[in-house]
Design a protein around this ligand. Sequence first.
Ligand code: FUL
Length: 502
Amino acid sequence: MKHFFSAGVRRQPPLGRSLQAAAMLCLGVAGLVGAPLPKPYGPVPSPGQLAWHNLELYGFVHFTVNTFTDKEWGYGDESENSFNPTDFNADQIARTFQEAGLKALILTCKHHDGFCLWPSQFTKHSVKNSSWKEGRGDVVRELSEACRRHGLQFGVYLSPWDRNHAEYGRPAYVDYYRQQLRELLTQYGTVSELWCDGANGGDGFYGGARETRKIDASKYYDWKATWALAYQLQPKLVVFSDAGPQIRWVGNESGEAGDPCWATYTPHGLKGAEPAPGLTEYREGFHGHRDGQFWMPAEVDVSIRPGWFYHAAEDARVRTPENLLKLYFQSVGRGASLLLNVPPDRRGQIHENDVAALRGFKQRLDAIFTDNLAAGAQAVPSNVRGQDRQFSADNVLDSDRETFWSTEDGITQPALELRLARETTFNVLSLREYLPLGQRVDEWAVDRWGNGQWIEFARGQAIGNRRLWRGENQTTSRVRLRVVKAPVCPAIAEFSLHFDPK
Ligand code: FUL
């Protein structure tokens, strides 16, 4: 178990920063004392997890025979010919995602029905036996290449449960699953995330047996070995499941992370079992654990439509831009990431209604976040670590999450005032911590200066990768962030002010 979850455990901060600190020390620049970096607190992210935190918003693509049979879960007996997009356009899908500001795309290469969107050599149940493109089509190839053309990272969903495979439930299927994983992780370039679903076992076709098969999810797949293979083939890959090990499920499919949502977490297995996909107390993923043993941040997966797959009957039930923005604030804005599912239609393209919703969502995001109303402010901190410019309060204003403001050890309730050039109206705040030093802030508050006194208007627990607050208009020329509770000195990377015109 230990080695299982080791990816995100205690690490030193990136070498670059230590070298920078050392260089500053040697140079003896006037006014700089070269204070040491604060010691990391608790579990810290691995490089792969840090890269994942940078994505924040990315897309899910549910596409398979279900798109054509109008189902959510195929039984496994669907004819290969049922998969027949009339005008599949991988560039249209990738472009739509890229234009909406999504940074990656995760494809259901195989859903529970077992149909493979790539011509796997280990099964007949794939695109190669479909009349689509006369059996020469490969959705995984086309979409992974389109992602690269549009600057998106590419991730794979390979359902552990397979209702088509005759050997499902027996050891041979686990070998098959790994062979398929090997194909996906060696033939399609860099894969950023492996998505391991928790749905496991039940009734299905199973090569014609048409029966119910149950597996012991804690033992059957031997996930340790499967994930070790994945890391060996794709060293930068992060694995998602309700048990992590790098990224955890938030525990619901309604698009909401807890408030607070800690990046730290200890997955607990059901009924004392070892935690495994489909076998964890997944509801705990909503808030995470402040004293969690691992850095295992939450991913919020949600669909833009009621179903995960495309159904024409849901064309009028696409989420509105305003609703998508709400999901963004309650996921990305609580330190989690938002995995937004946008399923292609029977043409094999993103439907016009979804394209319009995504466009509107992007316009709303841009209207709020393009301008930082605190840019150019004077940052006045109550304390700076070692009077060292490396830890200067100005760092919170430079839109660079690699630089941060920090204080002396033992100063755990500092304040940072932003003196704005003029009276400014804002109604959105954005905060970030410097993650390589761990999640350091328990509680924070923000005040504005008005009528000769400080007036608190926002307060919350946890900051982490990103903390957004949205509320009433605040008009002032002075804003103050207070760290209310922290076990150690904070490391605040960003503090910005924005205006939501709606
Ligand atoms: C679930 C699956 O059963 C759904 O079909 C969908 O793929 C969702 C994202 O995960 O567990």
